[in-house]
Design a protein around this ligand. Structure first.
Ligand code: 5GP
Length: 352
């Protein structure tokens, strides 16, 4: 739509280097970008190559970038695991594959780049990160705070950072109260350490998708409900939530407007130096069993961080390297301050 040209902004969800792209008609005309960059779309006249520039770049010259549908198509071809097998299996080996990329009749008329496969569910474009349309957003003073989601590998220091943030301003930051089916201990009160519920109710709540995550430990269930996030936000507090990265996509709604921070380990050399005397709680279910870090823990942490970044990196709004704890904490604090005052790019779908 020409009316939109120059007014449309997208967040790149992948790295792009035109010099590595065999398909681009002219490498010199290409625009290179990194995952997370904000691009301004100058023209979508061509179905395969859009013209764009980096947001805020004063230079009026635009460069070529692969269009969304072109990039989705070639990524899907490169990663067959994201193609869902068609329901009806035809005798002709490649027919399902080919059919999945043909333009549907309706879309041909409107000239929109939509594929039949989207309708027939042959592949899920949500799993093919290309671009996301974004718009500037600034929180109004009477608005609830955005949910802050912290992700990172075991042992990176995420809980320590969260704890430091909480005690720095208990009025301002809050965490969710988890649900459990285990019996309440004498020193505990309902709604403080946990919300105590029956197994039956827990199972019903799971069925009704009331939990963001849950797990089983010593024959009892434990979990974080969506309502527990709502109740922190309703108190006009910033809600700090740490979850596995795969849950993030379910939290990306207009209601929560999550800001996702990835806590990343430094190099293995720095891990050895900085975590010499520290201890690791190897998993959520190993409470209390803190042991000194081993070389394997460091390698596991780095490997796990790499997997998280490659699979979910397009969902991260901010990456903080936890090398020195004080430095990382200050960076985190600055990020939170900016979140409340500055303008940030958010998906357009959150503002309608
Ligand atoms: P406890 O019964 O001793 O309070 O906790 C037992 C275990 O349940 C701990 O390892 C704790 O980390 C885990 N746990 C507590 N809250 C949650 C939660 O919201 N989700 C999951 N998956 N585990 C939790």
């Amino acid at each position: 739509t020409p009316a939109k040209e120059g007014k449309m902004f997208i967040k790149a969800l992948f790295d792009y280097d035109p010099n590595e792209d065999k398909a681009i008609p002219c490498k010199e005309a290409g625009l290179s970008f990194k995952k997370g960059d904000i691009l301004q779309i100058m023209s979508q006249d061509d179905a395969t190559w859009w013209q764009a520039k980096h947001e805020g770049d004063a230079n009026p010259r635009a460069g070529l970038i692969p269009s969304k549908h072109f990039q989705e198509r070639r990524l899907a071809l490169r990663r067959p695991e994201i193609l869902v097998r068609p329901l009806k299996v035809s005798n002709r080996k490649s027919s399902g594959f080919r059919r999945s990329f043909r333009l549907s009749r309706k879309d041909k008329k409107t000239n929109k780049s939509m594929y039949e496969c989207k309708k027939s569910d042959q592949y899920d474009t949500a799993d093919v990160p290309t671009y996301e349309e974004v718009t500037p957003y600034r929180r109004q003073t009477n608005e609830k705070y955005r949910l802050v989601v912290l992700v990172g590998p075991v042992g990176v220091g995420l809980n320590e950072l969260k704890r430091k943030l909480l005690i720095s301003d208990t009025q301002h930051y809050g965490v969710t109260v988890p649900h459990t089916t285990r019996a309440r201990r004498s020193q505990e009160s309902d709604g403080v350490e946990y919300i105590f519920i029956s197994k039956h109710l827990f199972e019903t709540d799971v069925q009704n998708n009331k939990f963001i995550e849950y797990g089983e430990y010593k024959n009892n269930y434990y979990g974080t409900s969506i309502d527990s996030v709502r109740s922190v936000l309703a108190k006009n507090k910033v809600c700090l939530l740490d979850v596995q990265p795969h849950t993030v996509k379910h939290l990306r709604t207009l209601e929560f407007k999550p800001y996702v921070i990835f806590i990343k380990p430094p190099s293995i050399e720095r891990l050895r130096e900085t975590r010499k005397n520290a201890k690791i709680i190897s998993s959520r279910d190993d409470q209390g069993a803190a042991k000194p870090f081993t070389e394997d823990d460091f390698q596991e942490m780095i490997k796990s961080a790499q997997i998280m970044e490659s699979q979910y990196g397009h969902l991260f709004d901010k990456i903080i390297v936890n090398d020195d704890l004080t430095v990382a904490f200050n960076e985190l604090k600055t990020t939170f301050d900016k979140l409340e005052t500055d303008t940030h790019w958010v998906p357009v779908s959150w503002l309608h």
